[in-house]
Write a protein that binds this ligand. Structure first.
Ligand SMILES: [Zn+2]
Length: 136
């Protein structure tokens, strides 16, 4: 189990604290899983740029984790959120969505032609050697 450190929040506690707004622009309101998220292009991105950055969080896909960071970021961005409650200046907060852990089958001596370190028969990771853990 991933343990949140100082300055890290789970997605659930972040929602409770900052209250992300619904995306009123999306053309896909029925695909509710992404309904709070705003695209990084087009009308939705134009809307993000009009927001106070303190109300914006960026969903980032990093090397070994997926995170929400404060403000409008560009590198590795996937989408944006706009929240009712602004974040305040001071120690940064990061929302940890998921982390990639070495799978139980990980073996650094195994690296195959695909650059994977897992057992191809593994039902957890499918052979990649890494398993994504969602933080709650
Ligand atoms: Zn595995």
């Amino acid at each position: 189990m991933y343990k949140l450190s100082e300055g890290e929040l789970s997605f659930e506690s972040w929602v409770a604290k900052y209250r992300p707004l619904k995306n009123h622009i999306t053309k896909y309101p029925d695909t509710s899983a992404d309904f709070d998220q705003f695209e990084t292009y087009g009308d939705e991105w134009e809307f993000i740029k009009t927001q106070d950055p303190h109300n914006v969080w960026t969903y980032i896909d990093g090397d070994s984790s997926s995170l929400l960071v404060q403000g409008t970021a560009y590198v590795n961005r996937i989408s944006y959120y706009v929240c009712e409650v602004p974040w305040t200046d001071g120690p940064d907060e990061t929302v940890v969505i998921s982390v990639d852990n070495e799978c139980v089958c990980f073996d650094e001596e195994r690296e195959d032609n695909d650059g994977e370190f897992g057992d191809s028969a593994c039902t957890i990771c499918g052979g990649s050697g890494y398993a994504t853990e969602y933080v709650d």
